[in-house]
Design a protein around this ligand. Structure first.
Ligand SMILES: [Mg+2]
Length: 263
């Protein structure tokens, strides 16, 4: 087991780890300050590929956390970085929001909207602007054998008070029913998201630690990527459930507040 005091980059899940809905988790600001004060860094990691980074910067700032865009990493960015490593400037048929489309264009991809074109990838994001026409086109390309990528696997995106929105995983289930094909998935819990961060910031994986409240996404990301993992019991996972889970983190804390003295 590696000592948390030796880690220089904290990859942080947000909901359930730093805040819960619209409320800060107690001690989160002190935890973040402690990281910075010791000359280390944190990167907020979200699987949500529907929003631009400025939305998260604003949300964190409203909660009293001073964050900038360089400290936010989305599954959308993980995907553009992954695809760039495969095929720079590729032609992409995208199921995504205007914010995700902008991200693809600014990273040098050609976003193709018509059917029947010669394209390199179909990319499925959390498309809150999804239409039947887009789905139909994607199914056509995928069934013809075009490489198919999803930004993340979540079936639902949680909202405050137990509400939710159907997410990319649910859209992928529809596409699978039509084409029989599953996407290659980039976001948490897959190792590609950590590899994209390592690539972007020039960081060695041995310096990173993944902190989050979900075992099957956050902790599993650490396991899949071969980095240290921490589960906090301030969100979805309760200490009681963790006792019987087969997914084991390197460290477990009640919340990030209890981590402060250990980092
Ligand atoms: Mg969470």
């Amino acid at each position: 087991m590696s000592n948390l005091k030796n880690k220089s980059t904290f990859l942080l899940d947000m909901d359930g780890t730093i805040f819960l809905g619209n409320e800060l988790i107690e001690g989160a600001v002190d935890f973040l300050r402690a990281i910075k004060k010791s000359g280390r860094r944190y990167i907020f990691l979200t699987n949500n590929s529907s929003k631009s980074k400025s939305i998260y910067v604003e949300k964190l700032r409203n909660l009293g956390i001073d964050a900038d865009k360089e400290e936010i990493f989305t599954s959308g960015e993980a995907t553009t970085r992954y695809l760039k490593r495969q095929h720079k400037g590729a032609k992409v048929y995208l199921l995504g929001t205007p914010a995700l489309e902008e991200e693809f264009i600014s990273e040098g991809f050609e976003v193709i909207k018509e059917r029947g074109q010669d394209i390199d990838f179909v990319v499925l994001g959390f498309d809150t602007t999804l239409t039947y026409e887009k789905l139909w086109g994607a199914c056509e390309y995928i069934s013809k054998g075009v490489e198919y990528i999803a930004t993340h696997p979540d079936f639902n995106c949680p909202l405050p008070q137990g509400a939710f929105m159907p997410d990319a995983g649910a859209m992928a289930a529809l596409i699978e029913a039509s084409t029989g094909k599953k996407p290659k998935v980039i976001g948490k819990p897959n190792k590609e998201v950590v590899e994209s961060i390592s690539d972007k910031y020039g960081l060695d994986k041995s310096t990173m630690v993944m902190v989050g409240d979900r075992l099957y996404t956050d902790v599993q990301t650490g396991i899949n990527a071969g980095i240290t993992s921490v589960v906090v019991f301030s969100g979805e996972t309760k200490e009681f459930d963790y006792k019987s889970s087969s997914i084991r983190a390197d460290y477990a804390f009640a919340s990030v507040k209890e981590m402060i003295s250990q980092i």
